[in-house]
Design a protein around this ligand. Structure first.
Ligand SMILES: *[C@@H]1O[C@H](CO)[C@@H](O)[C@H](O)[C@H]1NC(C)=O
Ligand SMILES: *[C@@H]1O[C@H](CO)[C@@H](O)[C@H](O)[C@H]1NC(C)=O
Ligand SMILES: *[C@@H]1O[C@H](CO)[C@@H](O)[C@H](O)[C@H]1NC(C)=O
Ligand SMILES: *[C@@H]1O[C@H](CO)[C@@H](O)[C@H](O)[C@H]1NC(C)=O
Ligand SMILES: *[C@@H]1O[C@H](CO)[C@@H](O)[C@H](O)[C@H]1NC(C)=O
Ligand SMILES: *[C@@H]1O[C@H](CO)[C@@H](O)[C@H](O)[C@H]1NC(C)=O
Ligand SMILES: *[C@@H]1O[C@H](CO)[C@@H](O)[C@H](O)[C@H]1NC(C)=O
Ligand SMILES: *[C@@H]1O[C@H](CO)[C@@H](O)[C@H](O)[C@H]1NC(C)=O
Length: 636
């Protein structure tokens, strides 16, 4: 009877998760060659929406699943802390970040509240009785000092004598304990303008075509070393909205009164945040070749403590992961839903990293997050938060040789076998910085920099904002196609399909970002599944004047980073004649991608292709998964 379940049978699912209908998608022909002055969905026939309603012809399968035993939670302890515990003579105090288990998960998604601050106060009210007890217990029974609390991860940052911490670690009630700051690295070389990088990912046509579309409501959060907001590329038109200091600015990152002499929102010596922000959205004041990927507004959250080194042209920076969690919280509270993180902490096991839990939770609240893969050339050592399964992790290719993975790029797989980076973008180009130092060096003391400074930089930190800026354009575009409030997964899926592939590897992920789908047929779907779903993808070669010869299909689904067992989901593409064209069943993944190239360099024949998604083993506690599907035809 398994097979007989092939009809349009909707799964029974709780709608409250994102407050959206279970089926949400459409198919569109983008036929935009030579378009110079219109939006893609303008009335001039540039694009035609074929079906904005859920597609009735598709088939969905369903099966009942046996209830599985509930997992027993053991306290998990970060290795750094475990080593301290193992030293019996150590009597010092220890800093711990305790992530608590949620005994009764808060049931409502934030979209059911009037605004985010209302959601937050309801969440805190829900947790407070339990957390009040935890606080009491920590203080009275363990001599702890509570240094900080985070709603995003339901966690407390505490200091306590090591001997008491050892005892506390035996408590079944707590979930995770962590501690460990990390450092950011940087490197310098190269000669090409940012414009060459934009050319490499073919994004300018979209940037130009969107001139008449409204900008998104939220800003992009740049969680980095601050930003030089006076730089020419950020003013008239203005790009920087908020500049905050999460090192000295308290839980809102804005409380300048706590530490007035040290509160400093500027990227005063590292130049890193200024560069990232300029790649995302520099204006054209320094010429078209130096404008950013998007016209987004930027909210800057400084999380690197930066210090000039007197007498030398160096800048030392220090990162404490709790500042990053603070920054992500503040970004969500400020309404930012696209977040760029080009930093890492030295935490390897994704179950045990505070920043990883924070980005996972931020995704669940609607944030699209991009993280740099890292510049330490490691393999299979992805650190927090690059190893998170709810972010896209970006690797780097040399701008001068787009098939060459940068030698410094950290590659996967993650410790649990997932492919990372998820995709790559160019690095090594000329873009804005804070104008200090000269000769590509950091700022020396008393060098006040310049508002017209540019330099050439390299690193996965530089490739990440390329994708962050692209995500802004894509989100804007999806909204114009009728996807009212695209969830992060839909953007992730589309980005993964917009890569040059064709092979998915541990080094390249899905390959180099490539937005060159100017004329194509594009479809997207969002649904819940626990057995299989077959989607129809109709292609009409006669209306495709661009001559599409390849088809890219991607699915992405959200999984908790702390789960060690992965959902197994496979993807198949079948021709209009029912012939299997391509399939993938890569294990341990949270996405799958197929690239199908029509043989003989000819165009894809017309007809209805079928995209089938089979859900195999699910994680023990899951009854279904949410799947984001995108498919796109392209000329090459
Ligand atoms: C990560 O930590 C979890 C929880 O302590 C443990 O079960 C898992 O084996 C660890 N993974 C690796 C790769 O060490
Ligand atoms: C959020 O909504 C509540 C209740 O509707 C209102 O009192 C409050 O002013 C709103 N806050 C913001 C920041 O809009
Ligand atoms: C821009 O900054 C103002 C405060 O100056 C803030 O109220 C507003 O939310 C910010 N806008 C966005 C889109 O983040
Ligand atoms: C990390 O930041 C927190 C909050 O500012 C602070 O209490 C703690 O001492 C810092 N830890 C380290 C190792 O810097
Ligand atoms: C953006 O992300 C990249 C990669 O993680 C990082 O190197 C860069 O510093 C980030 N930029 C900002 C402004 O956060
Ligand atoms: C580009 O990189 C590829 C892959 O590493 C290499 O095989 C090729 O020789 C490079 N091409 C040039 C012109 O350096
Ligand atoms: C330049 O930097 C020095 C040292 O940080 C500072 O005292 C001075 O006020 C700055 N000058 C200007 C014009 O900003
Ligand atoms: C990625 O690396 C793992 C571990 O070396 C290997 O088992 C897997 O086959 C690799 N995946 C791909 C797509 O090459």
């Amino acid at each position: 009877m398994q097979v007989s379940a092939i009809f349009a049978l909707l799964l029974i699912i709780p709608l409250s998760i994102y407050g959206q209908s279970p089926l949400n998608g459409g198919q569109i022909i983008v036929n935009n060659q030579g378009l110079s002055n219109g939006a893609l969905n303008a009335n001039g026939g540039a694009a035609a929406i074929l079906s904005s309603a859920p597609q009735p012809k598709d088939q969905i399968g369903k099966r009942r699943r046996k209830r599985q035993a509930v997992l027993v939670h053991q306290p998990q302890i970060h290795s750094t802390l475990r080593e301290l515990f193992d030293n019996p003579n150590d009597k010092t105090d220890v800093d711990m970040h305790i992530l608590f288990r949620e005994h009764q998960p808060f049931p409502d998604h934030y979209s059911t509240f009037d605004n985010f601050s209302q959601y937050l106060s309801a969440l805190n009210t829900h947790r407070e009785p339990t957390n009040a007890e935890r606080r009491q217990k920590l203080i009275n029974d363990y001599g702890a000092e509570i240094l900080d609390e985070f709603w995003l991860t339901n966690s407390m940052f505490v200091k306590m004598p090591l001997e008491h911490a050892r005892r506390y670690a035996q408590e079944q009630e707590q979930h995770y304990i962590l501690l460990h700051p990390g450092h950011e690295q940087g490197g310098v070389w190269g000669l090409q303008d940012l414009g060459i990088a934009r050319q490499a990912v073919s994004s300018d046509w979209l940037y130009n075509a969107q001139a008449s579309l409204n900008n998104l409501q939220g800003c992009i959060a740049v969680i980095d070393s601050g930003v030089r907001k006076t730089h020419a590329v950020f003013n008239s038109p203005n790009r920087i909205n908020l500049t905050l200091d999460c090192v000295y600015g308290g839980s809102s990152c804005a409380d300048a009164s706590t530490n007035p002499t040290q509160y400093d929102v500027d990227d005063d010596c590292l130049s890193h945040g200024t560069t990232v922000a300029s790649i995302i959205s520099a204006n054209s004041n320094a010429g078209d070749s130096l404008h950013g990927m998007s016209p987004a507004c930027i909210n800057s959250y400084k999380v690197f403590q930066t210090l000039h080194s007197a007498g030398t042209s160096t800048c030392t920076s220090y990162l404490n992961s709790t500042w990053v969690v603070t920054a992500i919280q503040a970004a969500l509270a400020n309404g930012d839903r696209i977040i760029n993180l080009s930093l890492y902490t030295n935490c390897l096991n994704q179950s045990l990293c505070d920043v990883t839990h924070a980005v996972d939770a931020a995704h669940d609240l609607g944030a699209i997050i991009f993280v740099a893969s890292g510049n330490d050339a490691t393999q299979g050592q992805q650190k927090a938060p690059a190893h998170s399964s709810k972010v896209l992790t970006i690797g780097a290719v040399d701008l001068l040789n787009l098939t060459h993975t940068a030698t410094y790029q950290a590659s996967g797989p993650t410790s649990d076998g997932r492919i990372k980076p998820d995709l790559q973008a160019p690095s090594g180009f000329y873009t804005a910085y804070n104008g200090c130092g000269g000769n590509g060096n950091w700022c020396p003391t008393n060098n006040n920099g310049s508002n017209n400074g540019f330099w050439t930089v390299d690193g996965t930190s530089i490739s990440t904002p390329i994708v962050t800026g692209a995500a802004y354009l894509l989100k804007k575009q999806l909204i114009s196609y009728g996807a009212a409030n695209p969830e992060p997964g839909l953007i992730y899926s589309w980005i993964l399909s917009l890569t040059n592939g064709p092979q998915v590897t541990n080094t390249t992920g899905a390959g180099l970002l490539s937005l060159g789908w100017r004329q194509c047929t594009f479809m997207w779907q969002t649904f819940y599944a626990n057995q299989y779903i077959v989607n129809n993808f109709a292609i009409d070669s006669a209306s495709d004047s661009y001559g599409s010869k390849r088809m890219d299909v991607a699915i992405w689904w959200p999984e908790d980073s702390k789960q060690t067992v992965r959902h197994q989901v496979s993807l198949k593409l079948t021709s209009p004649q029912g012939i299997l064209l391509a399939q993938t069943n890569a294990p341990q993944q949270v996405w799958q991608k197929i690239t199908y190239m029509q043989p003989g360099n000819t165009r894809l024949p017309s007809g209805t292709y079928q995209i089938r998604i089979d859900v195999g083993t699910l994680q023990p506690t899951a009854n279904y998964i949410r799947v984001f599907l995108t498919a796109c035809t392209r000329p090459e």
